[in-house]
Design a protein around this ligand. Structure first.
Ligand SMILES: Nc1ncnc2c1ncn2[C@@H]1O[C@H](COP(=O)(O)OP(=O)(O)OP(=O)(O)O)[C@@H](O)[C@H]1O
Ligand SMILES: [Mg+2]
Length: 235
């Protein structure tokens, strides 16, 4: 379980997160939703140690993450798939996966085999440069690169960005499968609220850095006011 309490994060005079308190349950998908600038990316970057908060705490199964180094947080089991995916286009699919495996002592070949079983298209394209992949394939590679380090928590920043609706639907299905088959704890950041709410157990809605809703995904999905004012889900 991840417990976040009174988290405040600033960039100079801009408070990107203000007094954010929320919990993320083990083995469940928690969607973090909200418009541009809501603070979603900042939340993930603070959890993985890339940004230091002004105030507040983040505990992973009781262990504090704030002021830990990002590489230690990754070794504690937190995998981060950044906004824009962050795969290296000039590297082959396999080279990208090898990079992801660097922080684990688990045997590389087993890890590669496991990812190619999970994402067969990556196996077929293992020798191709990542720049040649489609958007959906690149997202799979970014996820596989995080998963090869065997995380217990996966932070996904806008995985559906730029993908066609059918590809997004497949991707959400994959995320749901991964979560249930590996008991993975997922924080799914999305502007695409309807796609995320379809697979999420719980949802947190951020607006200008503050939590405006924190409830079961089905409750958030059914709330007309949230849909209209914060999620841009106008019928
Ligand atoms: N490196 C930075 N320097 C200065 N301000 C920043 C920086 N990163 C984020 N911010 C500010 O913090 C606030 C939250 O930004 P953040 O990127 O976390 O939002 P977001 O919800 O991920 O938005 P988006 O949906 O556009 O990705 C915004 O006001 C943004 O301008
Ligand atoms: Mg963002």
């Amino acid at each position: 379980m991840i417990t976040i309490e009174n988290l405040t994060v600033s960039f100079g005079a801009v408070q990107a997160l203000r007094d954010v308190t929320m919990q993320v349950e083990t083995g469940k998908i928690t969607a973090v939703l909200g418009a541009n600038g809501a603070g979603k990316t900042t939340l993930l970057r603070t959890i993985s140690g890339l940004k230091e908060p002004v105030q507040g705490s983040i505990l992973l199964d009781g262990r504090p993450l704030v002021r830990e180094r990002p590489e230690n947080i990754a070794r504690m089991g937190v995998g981060h798939v950044p906004e824009g995916r962050g795969v290296i286009g000039e590297f082959t699919v396999e080279e990208n996966l090898r990079l992801g495996a660097m922080i684990t002592k688990a045997p590389l070949n087993e890890g590669l085999d496991e990812q190619y079983r999970q994402f067969p298209v990556l196996g077929e394209r293992r020798k191709q440069h990542a720049a040649k992949l489609s958007g959906g394939e690149r997202q799979m590679l970014a996820m596989a690169r995080a998963l090869i380090a065997r995380p217990t928590v996966l932070l996904l920043d806008e995985p559906s960005l730029g993908l066609a609706p059918i590809v997004t639907a497949q991707l959400m299905h994959t995320i749901h499968d991964l979560c249930s088959s590996r008991n993975l704890t997922v924080i799914l950041v999305e502007q695409n609220a309807s796609s995320a709410l379809r697979i999420a157990d719980h949802a947190v809605v951020l607006h200008l850095g503050t939590v405006v809703a924190n409830d079961a995904a089905s409750t958030v999905a059914a709330d007309e006011k949230l849909r209209q004012y914060y999620l841009g889900m106008v019928e």
